[in-house]
Design a protein around this ligand. Structure first.
Ligand SMILES: *[C@@H]1O[C@H](CO)[C@@H](O)[C@H](O)[C@H]1NC(C)=O
Length: 255
């Protein structure tokens, strides 16, 4: 009996300290400043890593994420300079409150930005993850894993052909470095909008993809992305991996 109790305690300790390895790979030809945000309103478990860092072209950064990470997001920031500005405008796109280190409470990032989203040990004891374009697009991203679960990605650069109404920001040479969603671009009344799924359009039923302006522009090039607020119906937006498999994830920018 005693042996059994000890064994149980040892097992509990061992499992409580396991974690997933996240690898962030920058395959872009330019430096990025990845950002890492956890919604602390959902849970307090945070990765063992700063909330923002500089990552040069070709570099890989690894860190540990707790098995019970909830409501986490990772995205990339471009052309940052924090030397005289620590606010969200210190980067050309993707900037956050706080500067290099995104603020733990408010540093969610300025759209447009491609965002990888994670919730571990979610419904059905699954990892839930996606590459979201709900806030638009800035950098191609891919999320893959070492357990054979589905890839989530938007690996195509959606900036060059971004529809005029959604285009921007641009860099100093006029090159487009972001492509807003119709909701972020503020097309129509955002408080009652088929693009934002707000007001009378605030359910999956009343906010079909057919009502979202430019949905096809995003979803046709990036089938495995979460392209608007109720994109589950596409069946290729939100992916799961059994949490019992304890998958490690690789997030690649410009895959
Ligand atoms: C960053 O901004 C500072 C202050 O404006 C400027 O002196 C510096 O050259 C900038 N750095 C880069 C890499 O652009």
């Amino acid at each position: 009996m005693k042996t059994f109790v000890y064994a149980t305690v040892a097992f509990a300790l061992a499992t409580s300290v396991t974690a997933r390895t996240f690898k962030v790979v920058n395959k872009c030809s330019y430096t990025i400043w990845p950002a890492l945000f956890t919604d602390l309103n959902v849970a307090q478990n945070v990765p063992n890593h700063p909330t923002g860092w500089e990552q040069k072209a070709g570099k890989t950064v690894s860190f540990q994420v707790p098995d019970n990470w909830k409501a986490g997001r990772i995205w990339g920031r471009r052309s940052c300079n924090f030397s005289k500005n620590n606010g969200p405008t210190a980067c050309l796109d993707g900037g956050c409150n706080g500067g290099l280190l995104c603020d733990k409470h408010t540093g969610t990032g300025v759209p447009p930005a491609t965002v990888a989203e994670f919730t571990f040990q979610g419904d059905g004891n699954q990892d839930w993850y996606d590459v979201s374009l709900v806030d638009g697009f800035n950098i191609p991203m891919r999320v893959d894993n070492n357990k054979g679960c589905h890839v989530a990605d938007c690996s195509v650069d959606l900036n060059p052909k971004c529809p005029a109404a959604l285009r921007g920001p641009k860099d100093s040479s006029g090159k487009v470095v972001g492509c807003k969603s119709a909701c972020v671009a503020g097309i129509g009344d955002n408080s009652n909008s088929p693009n934002c799924c707000t007001g009378s359009h605030n359910t999956a039923k009343t906010c079909p993809p057919s009502g979202v302006a430019y949905y096809d522009y995003f979803k046709k090039s990036c089938k495995n992305s979460y392209a608007y607020a109720y994109d589950e119906s596409s069946k290729t937006a939100l992916f799961t991996c059994p949490s019992s498999k304890k998958a490690d994830y690789t997030i690649t920018f410009c895959p």
